[in-house]
Design a protein around this ligand. Structure first.
Ligand SMILES: *Cc1c(COP(=O)(O)O)cnc(C)c1O
Length: 351
């Protein structure tokens, strides 16, 4: 049984001792529109973006807090979830000392960020049906294993992990468990954000890049205990989420049912795409998907990938990923885009 999780035991000594940069906007709060702001060396002429953005993104967090049912004190926002993940590395992983655990085949950024931060990577492959191998993961972990990454629904396989396996890992892994929920809004599974109080070592990441249709604004969301959020706040760049991003996110998120309707459309389209893919003779297997993409096994992934490129269709070749030999990943597009894809695949059948 593991010892009780205490963030003080896992945070890097350098970070524990850190005094954060205090911006002009941090030092003075409670601004009203009729005040005169001569504290931040901004250009005074109004153009909508001449002022520094709110470093704590209060208005946007309030909107997200309402949508997700999570208090703002449990939310941190970043320049994409990639920035959020980088903050987690820098808070908890000591370069050249600590390690992380990833479960390939999975999202490539965990390893990239580990390499950038000089953190060792322990890889424990997913099982044949792409589920975490709990005992192997716990056996691979040591005192320096600071983060375990669970991507559910997983990219590129598309499946969600078993809840009981994830509970076992949350209960027994000694470090932080990051559950990457980039695709949760397409999933039948419930989000883990509602179980933060149960698991003090849990960090859940989400993004506006997929279901919410805002990959271009770069907004990643981190949900965790207030203690973890405080640590991440200490090290985040003060103005990491720009004004245009904050405004656009609020605008889109407050359009009633926009995301919900688009998600429903994408899910319907996913089922059409799957049934069509099943009729393509060089596709031998379609993996179950809980996301807005479908992984399929083909006769020769690289050949098929190149053939589609020639027809002006770009998909993802995942053949080099462990357990994913000769697989292609298809993002679910619009009805028109999916028809173009299917037509192209059918025309390739005898070639
Ligand atoms: C797309 C994706 C992200 C998104 O990252 P952003 O930086 O927020 O765009 C995160 N995790 C996974 C698994 C993804 O597939």
């Amino acid at each position: 049984m593991k010892t009780k999780f205490d963030i003080k035991n896992i945070i890097r000594p350098t970070i524990k001792a850190l005094k954060p940069y205090s911006s002009a906007r941090d030092e003075f709060q409670g601004a009203t529109d009729d005040m005169v702001f001569l504290d931040a060396n901004e250009n005074p002429f109004e153009n909508g973006v001449n002022r520094y953005p709110d470093p704590q993104q209060g208005k946007l967090k309030a909107v997200l807090s309402k949508i997700k049912g999570i208090p703002a004190k449990n939310i941190l926002l970043g320049n994409g979830s990639d920035e959020v993940l980088d903050l987690v590395f820098r808070a908890f992983c000591e370069p050249n000392v600590d390690n992380i655990i990833t479960l390939p085949p999975t999202y490539g950024m965990y390893n990239v960020l580990a390499n950038i931060n000089a953190i060792d990577i322990k890889e424990v492959l997913l099982s044949e049906d792409f589920q975490p191998q709990v005992d192997k993961i716990l056996n691979a972990a040591n005192a320096q294993s600071k983060i375990l990454f669970l991507c559910s629904p997983n990219n590129p396989t598309g499946n969600s992990f078993n809840t009981s396996d994830m509970e076992a890992l949350l209960n027994n892994f000694q470090g932080i468990v990051v559950i990457d929920e980039a695709y949760i809004d397409f999933s039948k599974q419930k989000s883990w954000i509602h179980r933060l109080e149960e698991y003090p070592n849990l960090i859940v990441t989400q993004t506006l890049s997929k279901a919410y249709g805002m990959a271009g604004i770069r907004l990643g969301i981190c949900y965790a205990s207030a203690e973890i959020i405080t640590v991440l706040n200490t090290i985040k760049p003060p103005y990491n989420v720009n004004e245009l991003t904050q405004l656009k996110a609020i605008e889109q998120l407050t359009i009633k049912d926009l995301a919900k309707n688009q998600i429903n459309d994408i899910l319907k389209e996913r089922e059409v795409l799957i049934s069509e893919l099943k009729t393509v003779d060089f596709i031998s297997k379609i993996y179950p998907s809980d996301a807005n993409f479908v992984l399929a096994k083909v006769d020769d992934a690289t050949k098929r990938y190149n053939q589609l490129i020639k027809k002006g269709i770009v998909i993802r070749n995942r053949t080099t990923q462990p357990g994913c030999e000769n697989t292609l990943r298809f993002t679910v597009g619009t009805t028109v885009e999916n028809k173009i894809l299917i037509k192209a695949l059918k025309n390739l059948q005898s070639f």
